[in-house]
Design a protein around this ligand. Sequence first.
Ligand SMILES: Nc1ncnc2c1ncn2[C@@H]1O[C@H](COP(=O)(O)OP(=O)(O)OP(=O)(O)O)[C@@H](O)[C@H]1O
Ligand SMILES: [Mg+2]
Length: 248
Amino acid sequence: MAFITLENIQKNYTLGETTIPALRGIDVNIELGELVIIFGPSGAGKTTLLNMIGGLDVPTSGTVTVGKIAVSKLSDKWLTIYRRKKVGVVFQFFNLISRLSALENVEYALELVGVKKKSNGEVTFDSKVIRQTAIDYLDKVGLHDRIHHFPAQLSGGEQQRVAIARALAKEPEILLADEPTGNLDFKIGRQVLEIMEAMTGKKLNRTVIIVTHNEAICPLGDRVIRLSDGRIVEDYTQTFTPAKELYW
Ligand SMILES: Nc1ncnc2c1ncn2[C@@H]1O[C@H](COP(=O)(O)OP(=O)(O)OP(=O)(O)O)[C@@H](O)[C@H]1O
Ligand SMILES: [Mg+2]
């Protein structure tokens, strides 16, 4: 059985009297270690689909299974644990906490996971490890001189990079990135994709799913799933192109 399995996922949003079908029957299997690009136009259902996999929202019908976890059947309490422990999300609109600095935003995400430091086999929490990990990841996205800025004191691209550092620092089993390069210039965008690419692969047992409407990013994926109007209209595997060879 595949690592991530979506079976006949439908998602309807209700606004007053109207029902908006955002996903109209999605069946897909994603293997452990795959780097998947979800590509499609605005309104196709890309963010909705990520939300289903990340346990950020529940389908109207159908099932989501990740490993042995029936995500679409979890109670709120277990959904929160699933999101904290297994999933890192780079949100399309960043979702940074405005009263925390860049550094504190990343640290907070790590505190929720509880960075692993083994003593007597127990998983304990170490604020020094958390700080260093947060600084390292902010450094990786080129924000070493902005770590004490609050979100309102950062540009859109810088906020996006804090959101990326926050998701990557957890080194999650599943990384979901929604338009992660949308606000970044070419050079930094490519660096970010290189970091995500380095995180994926069977050896690390990590799965990365990147949502984009930018076709030039598609060659980065082992696989491309094209969505249109809430349906999968194309799903193909391909020879992977490393991020450093991409141009857009
Ligand atoms: N909370 C909501 N309430 C009502 N309709 C919604 C809601 N969220 C999304 N939709 C609708 O569902 C459809 C899919 O939205 P979704 O955000 O998944 O698209 P998307 O592919 O991520 O688009 P974009 O590229 O613009 O981010 C759209 O028609 C959108 O208007
Ligand atoms: Mg979206």
